[in-house]
Structure formats: C-alpha cells, structure tokens
Write a protein that binds this ligand. Structure first.
Ligand code: HPA
Length: 245
C-alpha cells in the first residue's frame, strides 16, 4: 500500500483532523529536516506530515533543506508525497482563491542544494523529469477533487522563483511569455529531489494573489493570509477526500 506524506507550506502549519501518535525528529545525511515529522491517522489512512517552513514558520524558501525533508519522509516509509504551495496567479483564470493542480514546472531557482547526487557512488542521477509530477498521484488528486465537488484548475505550469522577495512586473511578464500560469517559491527543488529518491510527488497550489504587476493593489501579506485562511480549508477537504478513496 502507498504511504502518503504531506509537506505543508505557508498556511498549512498543521493538518487539521490528523490524529498524531508519534513525532519524529530525524537527522539525515543532508542535515536536519525543517522540523519534527508527525505520524498519524487522517480518517482511516496513515499519514506523515511535515511543515516545510519549520515549527514557527521561520525558514524562508531558499534556506529550506529540501533534501533532508524528502530523505526523512522516505526513511519513515513514505512512497507518495503531496507538496502544498502558496502561489501568485499569472494566467487570468488563476485568480486568488483558485486551487491548482499543476502538471508542469519551470525552475528559476538558483544556489539551492538541488540534488542528492554528490558524485560519490559513481552513479549519475540523470532522472527523467519530462513530466515533473507523478501522473498517478496527480490523477488521484484530480479524482478526489471531483469526488468532493472541489473546484480546481486541472493543469498549469508552475514557475518557481528564488525569493524570498516577490517578482518584478517584468519578471512576471517574462514568466508569462515562458508559459507559466502560476508563480511560487517552494516547488523546486522539492519535485526533482522527490524523483531522485524514487518518491511519487504531486503539488496542490493555492493562488493567494495576482502575481506582481497584474493586480490592482500592491501585494500584501495581510491580504495573502486572508485568502490563505479560506483556501487551507479546501486543501484539507481535498486531502481528506484523497485518503478516503
Ligand atoms: N510570487 C512568488 N511566490 C508567491 C507569490 C508570488 O506572487 N504569492 C505567494 N507565493
């Protein structure tokens, strides 16, 4: 049976409804994960949960130890990982409040520890990343959303920026020309390291603002949080539906 792990981002510091029966504080060959990994039950399913930004939401996107996070989840038996990301909307249908299940990504990050391949064991990890998200897991999320009548955008190209600053208007225009529909900061190298480690990975993105230069007002954290509060309830419903199926 597949064992699911959820990596929560901004707004998903805890997984409501998760009955936690163990917390794991692990050390990995890559250092420490963002925090303790909770092991518990959601409905009838076993689940692991990790908050990507750490206990007090302090680790910024470029300093997250993505390698340790995924290695630790795998060492606890995870086979499937769902990452949750807050993003800005670029394509006009990706409005604040939309839930998006991306199918492609473009990596604009730099300087992050982005691979578990350190050239040590004489094996080159040229993973096939043509389809960056695992199709089976993504389709399970699609089916769960339909099953629970949750509105979502099926497919999008997720541009992953370095952060922690937001983008300039010109950067967003360039991303739009590149084909990006949404922009976030934490989707990579999470997706590719998961693939390197043999984990099935898919993402749920919550649009919390129009990307830079596309909204009427300046982007504010307060406004993002207001939208996040509503969207996190929907994400929780989607995850419950996923594990029930
Ligand atoms: N850009 C990048 N990351 C984000 C945004 C954004 O506009 N909103 C939330 N995360």
């Amino acid at each position: 049976m597949n064992k699911l792990a959820v990596i929560g981002g901004t707004g998903i510091e805890q997984l409501e409804g998760l009955v936690v029966y163990e917390e794991h504080q692990l050390e990995t060959p890559y250092g420490q994960p963002s925090g303790a990994i909770q092991q518990g039950r959601l409905g009838n399913a076993q689940l692991l949960f990790l908050h990507r930004h750490g206990g007090a939401a302090t680790i910024p996107p470029h300093l997250i130890n993505y390698r340790a996070n995924l290695w630790a989840l795998r060492s606890l038996g995870a086979s499937d990982v769902v990452g949750i990301n807050a993003v800005g909307g670029i394509t006009s249908t990706m409005r604040p409040g939309s839930l998006v299940l991306p199918h492609q990504l473009i990596d604009y990050t730099w300087g992050r520890e982005h691979s578990v391949d350190e050239g040590a064991d004489g094996r080159l990890l040229h993973i096939d990343f043509t389809e960056p998200y695992d199709n089976r897991l993504r389709q399970s999320l699609v089916a769960a959303a339909y099953h629970s009548d949750i509105a979502f955008e099926d497919g999008a190209t997720h541009g992953v920026a370095q952060g922690p600053r937001l983008e300039t208007a010109a950067e967003v225009r360039r991303m739009a020309r590149d084909g990006c529909d949404i922009v976030g900061m934490t989707g990579m190298p999470e997706a590719s390291i998961a693939r390197e480690l043999g984990l099935a990975y898919a993402a749920i993105c919550m649009v919390v603002n129009p990307a830079a230069g596309l909204g009427e007002e300046p982007i504010s954290l307060a406004k993002m949080h207001e939208i996040l509060q509503r969207e996190t309830q929907v994400v929780r419903a989607l995850l419950s539906s996923l594990v029930e199926k």
